[in-house]
Design a protein around this ligand. Sequence first.
Ligand SMILES: [Zn+2]
Length: 216
Amino acid sequence: MTIRHHPSDTTLLAYAAGGLGEGLSMIVASHLAMCPRCRRQAEVGEKIGGELVDTAAPMALSDRLLDSVLARIGDAAPEPEAPPAQGRHGVAAPLGAMLPADLSEIRWRTVGPGIRQAKLPGEDGADLGVKLLRIAPGRAVPQHSHNGHEMTLIVSGSYLDEIGRFKAGDIADLDPDVTHQPVADTGEDCICIIATDAPLAFTGLVPRLMQPFVRI
Ligand SMILES: [Zn+2]
């Protein structure tokens, strides 16, 4: 598995500090299970966070401190390639645990031409803001940007957008000002898992009108 797209350093640091919501954390944890590079960075982030707490010195969390923390994470030595930790259905453990044992139990709902989605509740049925998106080969998701923090982890298949090609294991961790239109590659459905702490913002007029109904 060649992973090309990773969570941002800021996201990894927030994850290590326990500052991400449950859905976003699950996406990052699933990526970490497949990505030694990010796993190493998150470990260093946790150590640095622990040291900051241990010293208990009064310290303002300035941009400079964040920069120095990020620089230290950047210095982390790479870990030798480890085989991906696989859970149910051959996908990373935290994600596999969220999927029903029988994948045919997933209740797909058509939300646009060639696009289906399914909510993915937490273990106790809680809504964590996590959903699966299934794009038929060659189909496009309407152009949109994002309100707040949203991350997409590609489970299977692949898509191409303005940023590049995203394949299984890759994470799209986009800034809110990025507008993009993912188009699934041909050959197989592209299945992604998306966690968000705010609804998407569609930019086209028709998708915007449809948004209350499709709720992509
Ligand atoms: Zn990574």
